[in-house]
Ligand binder design. Structure first.
Ligand code: FAD
Length: 454
């Protein structure tokens, strides 16, 4: 293997960006945004589009796209993170419709702003490879097809193989509201679009505290009527936010480009994003330059909510992901893995994403997307813009607005709980791989403890 870390393969492919200037000193603006990932940048984009004379500044510890936004698996998908069950049938349906529209909105803005992010609308396919996964697939299909705005199709083994030949796949569930993207190209293009609108992005500037009316940084104090927190998996580093969202690691490997003969064997011509129904699930994409990027959980969590360095990934995670990739695609076994990297995502205690703005203090936030933030961040950005500007739109009445989960347990309980849960999920996957018919009870118990719904 040639590369490990370096933020991500996506950034290595583009070349790490030249650093933007830090905050020059104290500053007065109308809106200060903490974090230059998709959330912060989308919020800036819509605020300035709606009100061009607004003074907006983005404050970023490293560089725009340093976090999950420059490292993810590139699924621009319509998943409603966690909350659909909690929102009731009507609220869940509104949230789902908003997410479907969000996928289309990102595609629209990328085209309008000239952002070439290798976007390809091939839908999302999740496959089953064990009897227990197949049972979950069927149950998932029944539940999804009973909801409005889901447009799911259930595929048998033949139809699944006509799209992509995954070894041992017994069926699949597919929907059209998903595009494959190049994450770093999207965040790079979005940052440039925001700058064109006149928003400065101050990099190498660490916010140490977010308070009513100001963001305190290591380079000066930014006074602002509204301060928006868009720090996702890094939120635990901020004063007072240590137990808000648990920083969970996810890791990927990417192969060298596959020869045409191997693609003939695998298929995957429509480049649908590919996942599975394991408890410790995988996610993959066929890249625009014909590689396979293949992700899953590595070391899920570090003691004390410590977040990662620059994406360096432990060898055993690289080995585990490479092994699974080759089990999925035995025909690609000879193709070398070229790079591995990791990133952090934010997990609220109830696994449900949230966006909000407190008019009294001027403090706003968005995040807790767990593994599906690529599209949701756009909905968050549009919603934050409407909330800050006091616009009474449909978006500000969606059920996730203002949603709050309780805090995570203090250490060492938090570390023990996550280690225990992931141990349980791995055990459940091993039991199911041996052929048990239904979902392992170990996984059911772990779901109940973690508050995670499938
Ligand atoms: C490996 C991986 C794979 C994923 N795959 C997918 C996928 O395929 N599809 C999907 O939908 N979602 C996926 N996700 C989730 C998705 O990438 C995230 O939900 C999304 O990018 C979050 O964007 P964000 O802007 O909120 O956070 P981030 O992109 O993490 O941005 C936060 C920014 O805040 C900055 N920051 C943090 N603290 C401070 C501070 N104190 N001061 C100043 N700046 C600060 C950081 O440097 C960072 O740039 C994945 C995540 C990971 C880690």
């Amino acid at each position: 293997m040639t590369g490990n870390g370096g933020v991500s393969f996506w950034w290595q492919q583009l070349g790490l960006p030249a650093a933007r200037a830090p905050l020059p000193g104290d500053l007065d603006v109308d809106v200060a945004i903490v974090g230059a990932g998709y959330t912060g940048l989308w919020a800036a984009y819509y605020l300035k589009t709606l009100q061009p004379d607004l003074r907006v500044a983005v404050l970023e510890r490293r560089f725009a796209g340093f976090g999950a936004s420059g490292r993810n698996g590139g699924w621009l998908t319509n998943s409603v993170t966690g909350g659909r069950e909690q929102y009731g049938p009507e609220g869940g349906a509104r949230q789902q419709r908003a997410m479907n529209e969000t996928v289309a909105e990102v595609v629209r803005v990328a085209a309008a702003e000239g952002i070439d992010a290798d976007i390809r609308l091939g839908g999302e396919l999740n496959v089953a490879r064990t009897p227990a996964q197949q049972a979950r697939l069927a149950a998932w299909f029944r539940a999804e097809s009973a909801q409005p705005h889901t447009d799911v199709e259930l595929w048998g083994p033949r139809q699944t193989a006509e799209h992509v030949r995954v070894a041992g796949a017994t069926g699949g569930i597919w929907h059209p509201h998903c595009a494959r993207i190049h994450p770093a190209k999207l965040v790079r293009g979005l940052a440039a679009a925001v700058e064109r609108l006149g928003v400065p992005i101050y990099e190498q500037t660490t916010v140490t505290a977010v308070e009513a009316g100001r963001a305190v940084t290591d380079r000066g104090v930014v006074r602002a009527a509204a301060v928006l927190r868009a720090t996702e998996g890094f939120t635990a580093d901020l004063r007072g936010e240590h137990r808000t969202w648990l920083p969970m690691n996810s890791s990927l490997v990417v192969t060298a480009p596959l020869p045409a003969a191997v693609w003939d064997e695998i298929g995957w011509a429509d480049a649908a994003t590919l996942g599975d129904l394991a408890h410790v699930y995988m996610y993959a994409q066929r890249t625009a330059d014909d590689r396979i990027a293949f992700g899953g959980r590595g070391v899920p969590y570090r003691y004390g909510s410590r977040v990662d360095g620059d994406g360096r990934t432990p060898e055993r995670t690289v080995r585990a992901l490479t092994k699974l990739l080759r089990e999925f695609f035995p025909g690609a076994a000879q193709v070398p893995v070229e790079h591995a990297w990791s990133g952090v995502l934010g997990v609220p205690r109830d696994w449900a994403a949230t966006v909000g703005f407190d008019r009294a203090t001027g403090l706003g936030w968005a995040g807790g997307y767990v593994g599906t933030g690529v599209a949701t961040t756009n909905l968050a950005g549009r919603t934050l813009a409407d909330l800050v500007l006091g616009r009474d739109t449909d978006l500000v009445h969606l059920p996730w607005v203002g949603h709050r989960a309780r805090a995570w347990e203090p250490e060492p309980l938090r570390w023990l709980a996550v280690q225990g849960l992931y141990g349980a999920y791995h055990l459940a996957d091993r039991q199911e791989a041996r052929g048990r018919a239904g979902t392992s009870p170990v996984a059911r118990i772990a779901d109940r403890i973690s508050g995670r719904a499938h």
